[in-house]
Design a protein around this ligand. Structure first.
Ligand SMILES: Cc1ncc(COP(=O)(O)O)c(C=O)c1O
Length: 414
């Protein structure tokens, strides 16, 4: 159990760190500084324990078995659905569909709702700051249907130009699919406004919550999103599990995605009756262990409190931003007024990959490259950035280690 008493009043980052065993390791003889949280977060012991407990205590396939192990596994698996429903304030548990991750959620919508509803000449609007997972599924659909993909431009600070978005909207717009938060820049997009405008034009809106779900409070009903997709592994949970939320009438009318066990009610030689929501979209044996452990991750962050986590991460963001600004030749890419704790930067005359290697030699893990957002890099006319992304267990001392590493890299390479 997480020691809620320790972290009741303020976020005691040193107590929190004790819950993450990997943070005790060394890399290249130095204490690990893990700043690649936007790619995936580290896992607390409660999540690891939940995985071990399932495999050692009640490993069984779910839903169909009547024996004790199957019933225990089913109850634990379905309990995650209830926790996710509360986590995003969905109206009902039937609207929570388990997927492999955000990418699969977006592909599911493109391949089911999209294939059913998009025709030649229709328009799909995404933005210039999307992750490839929110570009490629729509590109494939547009290629197949003869539809047109449009991109909302951004300003130099990495904020969406909402006025330009409004100009792109028309009666041809069928889908608007936008990241709630940019993985490469940290920008928080004004999704409520975007959704409202898109709805006025009669479009359906998907929000890519891969980066927002860990930092922001998510209320899909208040936001009025038609679809919302996110991944467990960016939320201190295991890899291989994600969630697609959808409005009930949309999910009910969508054709099935993949075929297999669980997504059917009855199968005959000449006809098939598909299952009800959410199982209609969950073909085959799901990722049982990881889905069960995802609940442990959600309970863990809930016990600490998102507000408290946010405050801590914002402090790290301002500390890192003001100190990085002092580094000679360093330019921060993405200076939106509303940001989560992600900082991308470039340094004059040094390739991001060289920075990444030199930092790794000092135990500091950052991400370098295009961050699966190549069109965004084209907007800035750069091949990539170095990105440090902070989580609830990071400290100012770790940011100091990053700064020392950068100064050394500049001395060596610039
Ligand atoms: C904004 C955004 N969208 C989508 C994805 C894809 O998530 P996943 O790889 O978990 O499917 C990511 C992953 O980095 C992301 O940052």
């Amino acid at each position: 159990m997480i020691e809620t008493a320790v972290i009741e009043n303020s976020l005691d980052v040193y107590a929190i760190r004790q819950h993450f065993p990997v943070l005790n390791r060394q890399v290249k003889g130095k204490p690990l500084v893990y700043f690649d949280n936007a790619a995936t977060t580290q896992k607390p012991q409660v999540v690891i324990d939940a995985l071990v407990n399932y495999y050692t205590g009640y490993n069984a396939n779910i839903h169909r078995g009547i024996h004790t192990l199957a019933e225990e596994a089913t109850a634990a698996f379905e309990a995650t659905r209830d926790t996710v429903q509360q986590f995003i304030n969905a109206a009902s548990r039937e609207q929570i569909i388990f997927t492999k991750g955000t990418s699969e959620g977006i592909n599911l919508v493109a391949q089911t709702w999209g294939r059913q509803n998009i025709k030649a000449g229709d328009e799909i609007i995404i933005s210039s700051m999307e992750h490839h997972s929110n570009i490629v599924p729509w590109y494939i659909l547009c290629q197949e249907k003869g539809a047109v993909l449009k991109f909302i431009p951004i300003n130099e600070d990495g904020e969406l130009l909402v006025d330009e978005f409004e100009k792109l909207l028309s009666n041809k717009t069928r889908v608007v699919s936008i990241a709630h938060v940019s993985n490469a820049l940290g920008t928080i997009n004004q999704v409520k406004k975007i959704i409202a405008e898109a709805h006025k034009a009669g479009a359906v809106v998907l929000i890519d919550g891969a980066q927002s779900s860990v930092h922001l409070d998510i209320d899909v009903q208040d936001m009025d999103a038609d679809f919302f997709a996110f991944s467990s592994h960016k939320l201190y949970g295991p890899t291989g599990v994600g969630v697609l939320y959808g409005k009930k009438h949309l999910l009910e009318n969508m054709p099935v995605y993949q075929g297999g066990g669980e997504m059917i009610k009855e199968v005959y030689f000449d006809k098939i009756i598909y299952n009800d929501l959410p199982y209609k979209f969950e073909a085959g044996t799901p990722n049982i262990a990881d889905t069960i452990a995802f609940k442990a991750a959600l309970d863990f962050t809930k016990a600490i409190g998102k507000e408290k986590i946010r405050r801590h991460e914002n402090e790290l963001l301002s500390y890192a931003t003001s100190n990085l600004e002092q580094v000679p030749g360093l330019k921060i890419i993405g200076r939106a007024k509303q940001k989560i704790s992600v900082i991308s930067f470039v340094i004059d005359k040094i390739h991001p990959q060289d920075i990444g290697i030199l930092l790794d030699n000092r135990g500091v893990a950052v991400r370098t490259g295009h961050h699966c957002a190549q069109p965004l890099m084209d907007c800035y006319r750069i091949p990539g950035t170095t990105r440090a992304s902070f989580a609830l267990y990071n400290t100012k001392e770790e940011i100091d280690a990053l700064l020392t590493g950068l100064h050394k890299a500049i001395k060596l390479l610039a």
